[in-house]
Design a protein around this ligand. Structure first.
Ligand code: PMP
Length: 306
């Protein structure tokens, strides 16, 4: 883990990786009020390129707004700091983790605008999150015994640190039961998303994905909706049930870490042919062409590290 990471950007300056520490009484460590992003940078013929940088940084600022955290930088400054971090670490392709958290002041729950806010950006090499084998052959998924949040339990539009405690529980439960990933249902029992991925199913040539209520509004999800429509598929955002998913022709997860990972089995039922389906493969290969700079139609989705 953390291969290739040498310097971490914090509050406008680079620190050596090992010096990027924080106090154990930092507020966010105790209560989870912090916001972050997961971004990927891919190797292209024109050098490293960050995928949908602006959209990720915008979501970071929106997450902060929800929690009334003030990031003491502009979006443009963070965009540039991210590109600088990739460059400084001399990474060709990497995973990038910006995080904004409350530092050391007091541990009461009443945070205010005079709380210290730290802004940090790290980057390191990270391969396929659900494995190369998962990318080509698909993964085994289990419906979690934990539910996704009710919309008034947690701010689902925010990519916030504390939101992930249920994801960690669900992921662990899935792995302990011999599966690769968990599937969350929403509080009404409809399919929501994975522990760190959005979900799509395909039935009779139509692509379905749950609406943005109890789920994170994924940037890969948005990219896949665009790609699938451009490839001529109808994409419908609507709720569906787990049994509808059992009888789907194809299914896949999307996410910055997970990229486009086919689902070959849910709760012991093979999905479709029990491996990556044809439409999934088409969408997935288009996605990989785009991120690697080989499809010029979507070049505005790439920010090159100069
Ligand atoms: N849902 C959750 C819970 C996630 O953590 C992620 C990863 N950020 C996603 C969906 C996918 O979002 P994105 O495509 O923006 O990475």
């Amino acid at each position: 883990m953390f291969e290739g990471g040498k310097f971490i950007w914090r509050n406008g300056e680079f620190l050596k990786w090992e010096d990027a520490t924080t106090h154990v009484l930092s507020h966010t460590l105790h209560y989870g009020v912090g916001v972050f992003e997961g971004i990927r940078c891919y190797e292209t013929d024109e050098g490293p390129a960050v995928f949908r940088l602006k959209e990720h940084v915008k979501r970071l600022f929106e997450s902060a707004k929800i929690f009334m955290m003030e990031i003491p930088f502009t979006e443009e400054e963070i965009n540039n700091a991210i590109l600088d971090t990739v460059k400084k670490n001399e990474l060709k392709s990497c995973y990038i983790r910006p995080i904004v958290y409350y530092g050391y002041k007091s541990l009461g729950l009443a945070v205010s605008n005079d709380f210290p806010v730290d802004t940090v950006i790290a980057a390191w090499s990270w391969g396929a999150y659900l494995g190369e084998e998962g990318i080509s052959n698909g993964i085994k998924v289990k419906t979690s015994s934990f539910n996704r949040f009710h919309v008034n339990t947690i701010a689902t539009r925010a990519k916030a640190c504390g939101n992930y405690i249920t994801s960690v529980l669900a992921k662990r439960e899935a792995l302990m039961s011999g599966y690769d990933e968990a599937l969350f249902l929403d509080p009404d029992g409809y399919v929501a998303e994975g522990s760190g991925e959005n979900i799509f199913i395909i039935k009779d040539g139509v692509v379905y994905t749950p609406p943005v209520t109890s789920i994170l509004k994924g940037i890969t999800r948005d990219s896949i909706i665009t790609i699938a429509r451009d490839l001529g598929y109808e994409v419908i955002e609507r709720r569906f049930t787990r049994d509808e998913m059992y009888i789907a022709d194809e299914a896949f997860f999307t996410g910055t870490a997970a990229e486009v990972t086919p689902i070959r089995e849910l709760d012991g039922r093979p999905i479709g042919i029990g491996r990556r389906g044809k439409i999934t493969e088409k969408i997935q290969s288009t996605f990989f062409e785009i991120v690697k700079g080989k499809n010029k139609k979507y070049s505005n989705w790439l920010a090159f590290v100069k």
